[in-house]
Design a protein around this ligand. Structure first.
Ligand code: FAD
Ligand code: UQ1
Length: 450
């Protein structure tokens, strides 16, 4: 998409001003990018907040519904990332650049990109406030703001990331540090953490552990390494079938798991990590580390805390079957920012997008939504540089597998799907609004089997 910049403000349509915008400079004013020349607008039939996985996907679907020029996405970032590949970046098997595309290139044609940050939602007045006092009104609002990483809730972070021994696959700023720390490993504890909050892709904190363990074996360092998973949870995975498979792997690869322990402090200068025993609050244990992979505490984006659209915890309060807001009928939520009680993944966004599309069609026609989201989510649990377990499950934390083979077994095919097929499905299917999850494939492949 050719990005043409326009200055925009809430009360007046200013003359069009071409913008020179080096990617790293902070914007002095919101900008609207469109495929065709269009006047800046302060009203859209469908306004989408956030241009990540859910936002781009829904904008593509909504543009097909209401036509070019009637949908806008508010997104501040210059680049859109395919986050699921960051696990492989941290393990040295992919380049970070291969996961990124300019946001301008993923905004569907006919959809306006408002390059700005949402500051406040005012659903009682059907409008949102952006930076620089800009106000945009809407008929329908889709909230897809993702979640926020809260490294600063751990004492000693984020400044501890200046040490070469710490990394985190969860942020573009720290994912390459994981690979550096792994390469620099000599001997001692390799510790992988899981926080005491909801997270996105709950499998990712242990995927990097399996890859690191494999790397240490490959490079002959494994005999001098203690590989350790220090998790706030009381189980290795919430779905029993996959937990059983993972426990076998953990045992056979001599990995130590410490349950109910939560990282509270990093002393980077001493290579010490402090964990609280969640069953005995206040009881701390200090571990020396040679490598530390931090999965940070996560929570709703700041703008959603104490917002009228959010529940008490700050997540967007939506109906778990229709994704329509529980209080505002013209507001909808998708993805990590919602209080949908399922695991937060891009695969879940795929399943949600097909349902939300139908929900909004019904609402636009004054009908009651009929299609129901079953909580579908998926987590390809990479266990080695050529193996993965393809976990897929629903609201009942029961397996909901696409393929007619046992997906809890480590397989090369599952790994290749994760690494080669999913990115294509993401860029060319999901983000273009054509992929609503594997439900239809599952039905065909399971015909006559159950
Ligand atoms: P995001 O894609 O994060 O998008 C949110 C957008 O909102 C961002 O672009 C952000 O800039 C924007 N935003 C935030 N605040 C504001 C504001 N105030 N105003 C305007 N815009 C704002 N999923 C899988 O399915 N499979 C996997 O294997 C997998 N592995 C993962 C591994 C890692 C290491 C990570 C980090 C994630 C992984 N995921 C995986 C999870 C997946 O990437 C997310 O669940 C998915 O991207 C969620 O989409 P979203 O639209 O809800 O949020
Ligand atoms: C999926 O649909 C998806 O979204 C594109 C992912 O995101 C990265 C996934 O990781 C997975 C596993 C799915 C589910 C798709 C199939 C074919 C099982």
């Amino acid at each position: 998409m050719a990005a043409i910049g326009f200055m925009s403000s809430c009360t007046c349509a200013r003359p069009m001003v071409p913008l020179l915008r080096p990617g790293i400079l902070k914007m002095s004013s919101p900008q609207i990018h469109t495929t065709a020349r269009a006047a800046s607008k302060d009203y859209y039939e469908v306004l989408v907040l956030g241009g990540g996985t859910g936002g781009i996907t829904m904008s593509a679907r909504m543009k097909r519904k209401v036509g070019a020029g009637n949908v806008a996405v508010v997104e501040p970032q210059e680049n859109h990332y395919y986050q699921p590949l960051w696990t492989l970046v941290g393990a040295g098997a992919k380049q970070l650049a291969s996961c990124a595309r300019p946001t301008a290139s993923v905004i569907p044609s006919g959809v306006n990109w408002i390059q700005s940050k949402v500051q406040k939602l005012d659903p009682d007045k059907n409008c949102v406030h952006l930076e620089n006092n800009q106000k945009i009104s809407y008929k329908y609002l889709i909230i897809a703001l993702g979640l926020q990483l809260n490294f600063n809730q751990i004492k000693g972070l984020p400044e501890g990331f200046n040490s070469p021994k710490i990394g985190s696959n969860y942020s573009i700023h720290t994912v390459e540090k994981t690979w550096k720390a792994l390469q620099g490993f000599k001997e001692g504890n390799a510790i992988f953490t899981f926080p005491n909050t909801p997270v996105k892709c709950a499998g990712a904190p242990q995927k990097i552990m399996y890859l690191s363990e494999a790397y240490l074996r490959k490079t002959g360092k494994r005999p001098k390494a203690n590989v350790m998973f220090n998790t706030s949870l009381g189980v290795i995975f919430t779905v029993q079938k996959y937990a059983t498979a993972l426990q076998k792997i953990i045992k056979s690869r001599d990995i130590a798991v410490n349950y109910r322990c939560n990282l509270v402090e990093v002393r980077a200068d001493k290579q010490e990590a402090v964990f609280e025993n969640l069953d005995k609050p206040g009881e701390m244990k200090v571990y020396q580390y040679e490598m530390l992979h931090v999965t940070p505490p996560m929570g709703p984006p700041e703008v959603l805390l104490n917002s009228p659209v959010s529940d008490a915890a700050g997540w967007v309060d939506v109906n778990k079957e229709t994704l329509q807001h529980n209080k505002y009928p013209n507001v909808f939520g998708i993805g990590d920012c919602t209080n949908l009680p399922t695991s937060k993944t891009a695969a879940a966004v795929a399943g949600q997008s097909g349902v939300l599309d139908k929900t909004i069609s019904c609402i636009m026609k004054g009908k009651t939504p009929t299609k129901k989201y079953d909580g579908y989510t998926s987590c390809p649990l990479i266990t080695n540089y050529n193996r993965a377990i393809l976990a897929e499950f629903d609201y009942n934390v029961q397996p909901l597998e696409t393929f007619p083979f046992d997906q809890s077994k480590e397989r090369l095919l599952s790994f290749r799907m994760k690494v080669d097929m999913m990115p294509l499905l993401y860029w060319h299917g999901l983000l273009k609004g054509f992929w609503g999850g594997p439900g239809p494939i599952r039905k065909i492949l399971h015909l006559g089997l159950k």
